[in-house]
Design a binder for this molecule. Sequence first.
Ligand SMILES: [Zn+2]
Length: 542
Amino acid sequence: MPRDSGGSRIMIEIYNTMSKQLEEFHALHPGEVRMYVCGPTVYNLIHIGNARPMLVFDCVRRYFEYQGYRVLFISNFTDVDDKIIKKSVEEGVPADVISERYIKECKKDMQTLNIRPATIHPQATKEIQGMIDMIQTLIDKGYAYVAKDGTVYYRTRKFREYGKLSHKNIDDLRSGARTLLVTGEDQKEDPLDFVLWKPKKEGEPYWESPWCEGRPGWHIECSVMSRKYAGSTLDIHGGGEDLIFPHHENEIAQSEAANGEPFAHYWMHNAFLNIDNHKMSKSLGNFFTVRDIVAKYDPQVVRYFMLTVHYRSPLNFSQELMESAKTAYERICNCAANLDYLLTRKGAAVTPLTAEEKIPSPQAGIPSAGPVVLPSGTVVPVAVTAEEAAKLLAAENGTVSAADGLTEAEADKLGEADAFRARFEKVMDDDFNTADAISVLFDLVKWVNSSADENSSAAFLAVLRAELHTLAGILGLRCEMDGQAAAAGDDELASYVEGRIAERQAARKARDFAKADAIRDELKEKGILLEDTRDGVKWKKA
Ligand SMILES: [Zn+2]
């Protein structure tokens, strides 16, 4: 159960676009958060602007889960759209070949950025019947009408609260829209009316409907899919701020008219992403896909960077900022690596996440590393508080195991570790302020670096490690570069390299130095660097 159910901790507060205020979060269903985030139109590789809402709401979800909520996370793929059809004509393949291809590519990019898959990723083309049903309801209730050519329009003026999310006045909108009428829209009763269903054009995908053979307008899919998977009222509806008007405004009009209930309790919108202080656009030549960026920078650095700014502030992307993000993120990685090194020296078994665990699953927990097994056999998992870990260690033999030797001074120090956790939660409770959460993470790193050394007990080191990985894990950061992760996660490569290292050691033992050097050179050519240390041979990817 979430800790806010009985505890004294402060509630999570969310800035609600609808009320323009911070509001305490109260779940509609106890212990559960139902959220819907509008996903991409799949006609191309996603760009880094698409990645921002994915990353932001991935952190929101992780934090709710960390606080004990079950999260139902729904994010759609818009797979019927003019751009998809255009591309399918260009390539001479059916539209679903295009959309399926880019859904697959989008999921790959999400995994690269450690964005967990949604609980459900509905696709518009698989929910057409639901859309037809909702459109029929809207017609029956007088909120929609059928034009002569079979187009179904939403009767905007009938929905009295139209404009309440974007804080626009319907009369201002109407006078603005009057000049915007385009050809073929002359059957509209009002310029503000928007399309729910439209007739097919030659060569386009289409579906049968009571009004004409055709396809749905864009807005209806989100109203239908959110109701189908989460019920009439969502806890949270999210997306980029460019969706507030008209997309989210239209979703509200459709859902509330059809269901007679509020559509979402909290509306969250992330701000834009700029490139070198300019809007990203193809014509300016500053358009980057996620693929482009991760070819240049480690995906974990990209993720880290994008969380250093609060989601409601514009995020500026530049090479210079990325370079400094890399240096900063390395400090976190070095701190984690140093703890692992010290623990290994003490005889503890440090377990990284397995390659399988690194593939994020919808219900994965927060940890970004595996547990530590202390020399005494005590297992210290990640994702416990320092206090819980100290208790766990003490419970082992009625007292902390002598082999692991948590000293009294160290036990006192663990209290300080809990203070970082409290600060981290406080800033995340404040509308998911990941920027401040990262500052707390750096304070923790500084404190760990000055508190942990070779004289520290294994127990103490294990608790610090758990603390670091838990807080970083809430942000989806693994405390290592993915370059390292790739090397560590590739079991086939690892067993090959270790086999060759063993052969090299045998050659050296037999004083066959020529052979030993040849093996080293051969590995070097494959991009594997060997390092002879007191603890044996270590290797890494160049
Ligand atoms: Zn939507």
